[in-house]
Design a binder for this molecule. Sequence first.
Ligand SMILES: O=C(O)CCC(=O)C(=O)O
Ligand SMILES: [Fe+2]
Length: 586
Amino acid sequence: MTAGEERPVVVKTRWVSAEEDEPSAPPRGNATAEERPSGGCFEAEVSLPGVTSAESIVAEIVTAAEAGAPPSLYVRAKADGGGGASLSADVPLPDGCDHREISAVKWSRKRSTLRVRFAASSPAAAGGAEDDGDDEDGAGPLAEYLRMLGVRDGEAGGSEPELEEDGDPRDGVRDPAGEKRENPSRADGKTPQPTEPTKQTPPGRAVRASGNKKKRRKNAAGRGVAATPGRQLETPGRQLETTRPGVSLSELSDDLAAQLHARGFAHAQFITRDAVCVVRDEIKRVAPLYTDGEIWLGKHDAGAQIAVKSVRGDRVFWMDPATADGGRFDAMRSMLRAIDELVLDHLARACPKRLGGLADRTHAMLAEYPGRGSRFVRHVDNTGRDGRRLTVLCYLNPDYAGEHGGALKVYDADDADGSRGVEVAPAAGTIAMFYADETPHEVLPSARSRHSFTVWYYDETEFKDAETRRGEAAAADSRAAHMPSVDGSGGSDPGATLAALDASDREAQAFVRRMMTQRLTPAGAAAAARGLGERALRTVATVFGAPDPASFVVALTQMSQSDLDELRMEITSMGMDNAPDAELVA
Ligand SMILES: O=C(O)CCC(=O)C(=O)O
Ligand SMILES: [Fe+2]
């Protein structure tokens, strides 16, 4: 364990027997750290004196750079008051503890302790649990859990007493599958606000919607979809906005337009639950093709596109027309046609000022938030004038219930402190839309798998301007491979964002990932940085906020381990803290 710089951090570890781990079991004597019981779990309790909110804790599992070193639970936090002392603890995880399987997390605000339980690995899993060099899961579920704790813990207090409870350590222990969890959103509907990251959702391979407007209008009969009466969903402590009685496409458009006028976003029941089931059945076929949703870390002109699960936890698949037209996605295509008609023919007329210039759209992005607290922190989709004007989502969750969490939370464009967010349940067939260039929104932690698809409609003029800028940038710098290509010329696989990254981007990305998921020494990090190509190093320096590549390498060599840890944590928690020089762009 490494104690923090200014305050003592006490770490207690122990093996917990299966009986004690079972919430309904009567208390038993604890197993000691040495006696590993069969079944049960390994528990690490980290006391963080002076820390009063889970929001100021970042925790992750790090795998050491050196072969053979055990993975560890690395916790860093800021104490309140007096300049906010930094605390950190590095808890090596013993053999027999599956560092990939967090079975419970509890934050006790009263005692300022964070308790994390890991499943005991089965003999077969124990072998497989060794670091295989795949760092994808490094910052995984624990960080997400902590975000959930942050959501539940806070000033408003009250509705989730187990988080504040001292006493029996079994209190408040959570089921990672979310089975027994209450809605992870705070009862007052508020979510702790990261200072707002500017963030965009990637258009992927953007395309013009097939055909011209007239043709689309002709095709968009909306067959196979029908609006139906909505229902109200309740969740402990608050009511989610959901749906309203179904109507025709033009009536639906009138309603949505009125909502857009009044508050900048809109939602309604769009397709039936049955239609949702058919679509879900269709998209099962592409399930293996989903890849991690990515965000852009860095600035507009330099950065790396990477997956940061704690910021954006979905997996996505871009459905290009060739796939959609392949004859196997009839319901999906029918739904898209109906949405095109709704937006391009009805809403564009009803909201001429903001939507009158809509012409084309991106491919449909299928997304799944896999549960386990996966979320997408508050962001605005289009902060770079990339042409996207309207975001349209349709939710594909036939059995959604409020306690599953995962609500879309939408804020007024001028709601800087995020106090006036409205939650929309991702219930089967609900359509939601908002202005892509001005509406902050987030996906609250989802305890269950949550499916949706999204299309972004372009404003023609802004899009053309963006295209011109991209053309210029591409001529100057082939990094334009990052940017959407309207004609699909950037590659043949719209799902594989990574494929569009050139070699130096990949190099930069690998370095950033390594920095975020492995506990490198400063010398090791500097050596790795020196090994980067010139352009990758430039990108990486920008991501880490260095003025230039050389200073970045020098800074790494001069850093202490705790400086480096701090830097890593800053990057890991981007989006929570909005590191000052960085933009988050998805
Ligand atoms: O799924 C949602 O409700 C919103 C997702 C989102 O904000 C995005 O993909 O940019
Ligand atoms: Fe978004």
